[in-house]
Design a protein around this ligand. Structure first.
Ligand code: PGA
Length: 243
């Protein structure tokens, strides 16, 4: 049985005062039926950790240390209090030119220090219009996930680029088709037993109003939530819809 995961991606938002959001999420779910994770900017992990909500990073460097100005190692995220890290988000892929091989190296770095890797995949609008959604997602799944994936070290987030921050979402059928495809690809590579345990999140304009429908789609095991994770009321509504 896969336990649903609701992960908030704060992107480059928040401050120490955002601890109030973390506290409000914690207080609203004293015994959550689902797993809750918040991924704030790296500088906020340490100040916001230890308040009862698990923390994650939004990116890491493949190396454990070295001359990489501006980067953060998986080990540093872990020391700050993170238990997970988002990797290969489409904003990293687009703004920083990250390709599948780099994302794969980052996932290995996450595993090296015991972090859960949340590997993001998803097609652009042009890919979808051209009928290339499964081809693109299949290539990203194959290239971004290292050998050795297990339900304990990997979560895959399907985030259509055109649905992120736009208020638009694919139909429930379209979400279900891509999730089933991802699970099939994981099964071919890692075996059905492993694939059946790996959680697949949907991401892209998830809000309280559409969350329950999305969580009702087979093979959707939670959500990666951007904008709606910044407001406790919205994030709490999504968590409630998953439970
Ligand atoms: P959104 O972002 O919920 O604001 O669409 C999702 C994401 O980028 O993870």
């Amino acid at each position: 049985m896969r336990r649903k995961l609701i992960a908030g991606n704060w992107k480059m938002n928040g401050s120490r005062e955002s601890g109030a959001v973390i506290d409000a999420v914690r207080d609203a779910h004293p015994e959550p039926a689902v797993e809750i994770l918040v991924c704030p900017p790296a500088t906020l992990i340490a100040p916001l950790a230890g308040r009862g909500i698990a923390m994650g990073g939004q990116d890491c460097h493949p190396e454990p240390e070295g001359a990489h100005t501006g980067d953060v190692a998986a080990e540093m995220l872990r020391e700050a209090g993170a238990v997970a890290v988002i990797l290969g988000h489409s904003e990293r892929r687009a703004e920083h030119g990250e390709g599948d091989a780099l994302v794969e190296a980052k996932a290995r770095a996450a595993w090296r220090t015991g972090l859960l890797a949340i590997v993001c995949v998803g097609e652009s609008e042009a890919d979808r219009d051209a009928g290339r959604t499964l081809e693109v997602v299949g290539r990203q799944v194959a290239g971004s996930i290292p050998d050795g994936a297990t339900p304990d070290n990997l979560v895959v987030a399907y985030e259509p680029v055109w649905a992120i921050g736009t208020g638009r979402t694919p139909s429930l059928e379209e979400i279900g088709a891509v999730h089933a495809f991802i699970r099939e690809k994981l099964s071919e590579r890692f075996g059905a037993g492993t694939s059946d345990g790996i959680r697949l999140l949907y991401g892209g304009s998830v809000k309280p109003a559409n969350a329950a429908d999305i969580f009702g789609v087979p093979d959707v095991d939670g959500a990666l939530v951007g904008g709606a994770s910044l407001k406790a009321e919205d994030f709490n509504g999504i968590i409630a819809a998953a439970g």
